[in-house]
Design a binder for this molecule. Structure first.
Ligand code: FES
Ligand code: FE2
Length: 345
C-alpha cells in the first residue's frame, strides 16, 4: 500500500510565504507540476494565474504588476484583476475573450494559500480546530525540502511505532485515535498519559497535572498537518504545509502559531510558546531525515500498531484528486483552453 504519484488532492496548498511576496511583485511558482505566476497587486491583494501568457506563451512572472493586474513583458498585453485582457498596445480596437486562468488564493497565518480545485473553494484554509476564528500570531520556523513524497513526511507525525524507536517516546504514552471530520479532513488524537518511566516523564506528568499527553493533529487535503501539543495551560501549535516538488520530493513550511494574547506581556508569552513549539518540532525532526532521503514507501506488512498510518493511506486514496491540474503528459492544461488566434474585434 503506497501513495502513488501526484496529482494533488483537491483543497488548499501553500503557495508562498506572505512576507516573500511584496506589494507590486510577481513571482514564478510551481505547485504540483503546474507553473503559475503569483503576484501582489498595488492594492495589497495576492492573486494567482496560470504562468503562460494567452498571446504567445511568455511567462507572466517576467511581466510587471499594474494596479491590481499584470502586464506581460513580451508584447505588453495587460490583464486586469479579473484576468481579462484590457489592453493590447499594438491594437486600437477593443479586446475580447482573452483571459488568464485565475486561481483562488487566501492569506492566513503568514502563508499565501492556493486553492486547487475545479470550482470555487468549498472550505476554508487549514488551521487546527481549536484556533478557528480566534485572533492569533504565526511565525515561519523553517522552509525545507525532503527527498520523499509529501505524504511520507506528513504521515510520519502519526507513525506511532517510530515515536518509540526514533524519538524515544515510551509506548504507553502514545495511543493514537483517528476520527474522520470531513472528506478532506481527519483528526488524530492521543489518549495516552505521560508514564513514570524516567525523571523526565515524571516531570512531564507533573506539568500535565494528570491530563492525557496532548498531541492532536488535524490533516487537511493530505497536504497540511496542524498540530497541537502541550498541557492545557501552555498549548503549543505547529503547522506543516507540504507540497510535491518537480523532482519527486517534498517542500514544506513549518509555522509556529499561538492564540493572540493581549498586551506586551501577552505577546511575550505568545512568542515564548511559539519558540518552545519550534524547538519541539526540531526535536522530532531529528532522526527522520535520513529515512526521508532513502525510503521507498510501501506499507507491505502492516501490524496493529500501524493502524494510524493505514488510516492515513486510506484517507489519501479517498480524496478528491485534482486530475485536471495536469494533463496526461504531466503538462499544465491551461494552453489548450486559450484561443490561439486573434481574439479582438
Ligand atoms: S506573449 Fe504576452 S503579450 Fe505576447
Ligand atoms: Fe518523526
Amino acid at each position: 500500500m503506497g501513495f502513488g504519484e501526484p496529482p494533488l488532492c483537491e483543497g488548499w496548498h501553500w503557495a508562498a510565504a506572505s512576507c516573500d511576496l511584496k506589494r507590486g511583485a510577481v513571482r514564478a511558482i510551481e505547485v504540483g507540476g503546474r507553473k503559475l505566476a503569483l503576484y501582489r497587486g498595488e492594492d495589497g491583494v495576492a492573486r494567482c494565474v496560470d504562468a503562460f501568457c494567452p498571446h504567445m506563451g511568455a511567462h507572466l512572472a517576467l511581466g510587471k504588476v499594474e494596479g491590481a493586474g499584470l502586464r506581460c513583458f513580451f508584447h505588453g498585453w495587460r490583464f486586469g484583476a479579473d484576468g481579462k485582457c484590457d489592453e493590447i498596445p499594438a491594437l486600437d480596437t477593443r479586446v475580447r475573450d482573452v483571459c488568464l486562468k485565475k486561481h483562488a488564493v487566501s492569506e492566513q497565518d503568514g502563508l499565501v494559500w492556493l486553492w486547487v480545485g475545479d470550482g470555487a473553494p468549498t472550505f476554508a484554509p487549514p488551521i487546527h480546530h481549536t484556533l478557528v476564528g480566534k485572533p492569533r500570531r504565526a511565525f515561519r520556523v523553517a522552509r525545507w525540502k525532503k527527498k520523499c513524497h509529501p505524504h511520507v513526511v506528513l504521515v510520519n507525525a502519526i507513525d506511532e511505532q517510530h515515536f518509540r524507536t526514533v524519538h524515544q517516546v515510551p509506548g504507553e504514552a502514545l495511543k493514537l485515535r483517528t476520527e474522520s471530520i470531513a472528506p478532506h479532513h481527519f483528526r488524530v488524537e492521543n489518549t495516552g498519559a505521560p508514564p513514570e518511566t524516567s525523571w523526565l516523564w515524571r516531570f512531564l506528568r507533573k506539568l500535565y497535572r494528570g491530563e492525557t499527553l496532548t498531541y492532536e493533529i488535524d490533516y487537511f487535503s493530505a497536504a497540511t498537518g496542524c498540530i497541537r501539543l502541550g498541557p492545557s495551560w501552555a498549548r503549543l501549535h505547529l503547522m506543516f504545509a507540504v507540497r510535491p516538488t518537480p523532482d519527486g520530493g517534498a517542500e514544506g513550511m513549518t509555522i509556529a502559531l499561538s492564540e493572540r494574547r493581549r498586551g506586551i506581556k501577552g505577546a511575550i508569552i505568545d512568542y515564548a510558546l511559539m519558540g518552545v513549539a519550534a524547538l519541539a518540532g526540531a526535536y522530532f525532526a531529528v532522526g527522520d531525515t535520513k529515512v526521508f532521503d532513502t525510503i521507498s514507501f510501501e506499507l507491505k506488512t502492516p501490524i496493529p500498531a500501524d493502524r494510524t498510518v493505514w488510516t492515513y493511506v486510506r484517507h489519501v486514496e479517498a480524496q478528491q484528486r485534482a486530475h485536471f491540474w495536469l494533463d496526461e503528459h504531466g503538462l499544465p492544461r491551461q494552453l489548450e483552453r486559450f484561443p490561439r488566434g486573434w481574439a479582438a474585434e
